[in-house]
Ligand binder design. Structure first.
Ligand code: NAD
Length: 308
């Protein structure tokens, strides 16, 4: 069936301006239209969306505008024979730069200076608190688009970069790779443990009590993946007990992070509101990817980032 129409589900407004996103398809020869819930779809329709909806299973092709598609029912898509694609491949520099921002701040105290600035307080940190990330070891867990981008950036800043990966194919900037079943060996000497794996049954609770015991007591957890990859309660306890030094978190078990979460009160925790990919041109990065797949779909080529 020919692809005739692209429907943009209103849920994309969670992360991008809807009108600018629809307008971005002006140059692609497919009409794009903003829609809400309850519409019927057919085989000549494509849908770009943030959330899953049962009615999308009648469309010809569905694009999840997120990289993490864990909320979509893969089996249902496979049973219906509807291709599902995601937005992996476009978050390297955006999420990568946020991870580096957080790491540099934790090392050089940007977060603490700003805390005290709001009180006009010329606060001076303890002599032994600040450190350079240069020469420190970072362990990047999951070396896909984001993990690789973080690894090359950390390498460029002179860090000792190791990684956890299922394949042993070398990764630029990474000096040593560990198989996932050697996670403990990978994290035990790291100053920063950065999580860049998808949320799957295998990665849920990947960092929990045992891991925090194994980690250095001056180590930081950076989670830019998905909240459930870290056992949040245990993380809070580990920081409160000084088992580890702190954390930089863009993602949480519950989002928005509840007002009563103890995380808000921890000095050495940096919280960002799941904005790893948020930049002023995010809608264009996603539109480029969707437009490329419109071309591929039409010429019968394999879709990029097909996940079901
Ligand atoms: P990607 O698919 O390119 O990379 C994921 C990598 O993790 C792959 O190399 C995969 O093989 C590896 N992996 C999977 N399970 C593993 C395991 N058990 N052990 C080790 N490696 C494993 O995806 P990406 O674009 O790099 O994004 C990664 C994740 O980050 C997404 O799934 C999403 O949940 C999250 N994300 C967060 C934001 C944000 O705003 N904070 C933005 C985009 C993506």
């Amino acid at each position: 069936t020919e692809l005739e129409q692209l429907y943009v589900h209103e849920s994309v407004e969670n992360v991008i301006p809807t009108d600018a996103f629809v307008d971005a398809f002006d140059e692609v020869s497919i009409p794009a239209e903003l829609v809400g819930d309850g519409r019927e779809y057919g085989a000549s329709d494509a849908v770009a969306t943030y959330v899953p909806r049962p009615e999308f299973l009648d469309a010809g092709w569905v694009h999840c505008i997120r990289a993490g598609y864990d909320e979509f029912d893969i089996e249902a898509y496979e049973a219906a024979g509807v291709p599902l694609t995601n937005s992996s491949g476009i978050h390297g520099s955006t999420v990568g730069e946020l991870a580096l921002t957080i790491m540099l701040s934790l090392a050089r105290l940007g977060h603490r200076y700003r805390d005290h600035q709001t009180e006009r307080n010329w606060w001076e940190p303890p002599y032994d608190r600040p450190f350079t990330i240069e020469n420190e070891r970072v362990c990047v867990v999951g070396l896909g688009t984001i993990g690789k981008a973080i690894a090359t950036r950390c390498d460029a800043l002179g860090m000792d970069v190791v990684g956890v990966r299922r394949s042993d194919e070398p990764v630029p900037g990474v000096s040593e790779l560990f198989d996932p079943d050697r996670l403990h060996d990978a994290i035990e000497n790291a100053r920063f443990v950065v999580l860049t794996v998808p949320h799957t049954p295998e990665t849920e609770g990947l960092l929990s009590a045992e891991e925090f015991v194994r980690m250095r007591d001056d180590a930081y957890v950076i989670n830019v993946a998905r909240g459930p990859v870290v056992d949040e309660k245990t993380l809070i306890a580990a920081i409160e007990k000084d088992q580890i030094a702190g954390a930089g978190l863009d993602v949480f078990e519950t989002e928005p992070l509840p007002e009563d979460s103890p995380l808000w009160d921890l000095d050495e925790v940096i919280i960002s509101p799941h904005k790893g990919s948020a930049t002023n041109r995010y809608h264009l990065d996603i539109a480029d990817l969707v437009a490329e797949n419109v071309q591929r779909y039409r010429s019968g080529d394999i879709l990029k980032n097909r996940v079901a």
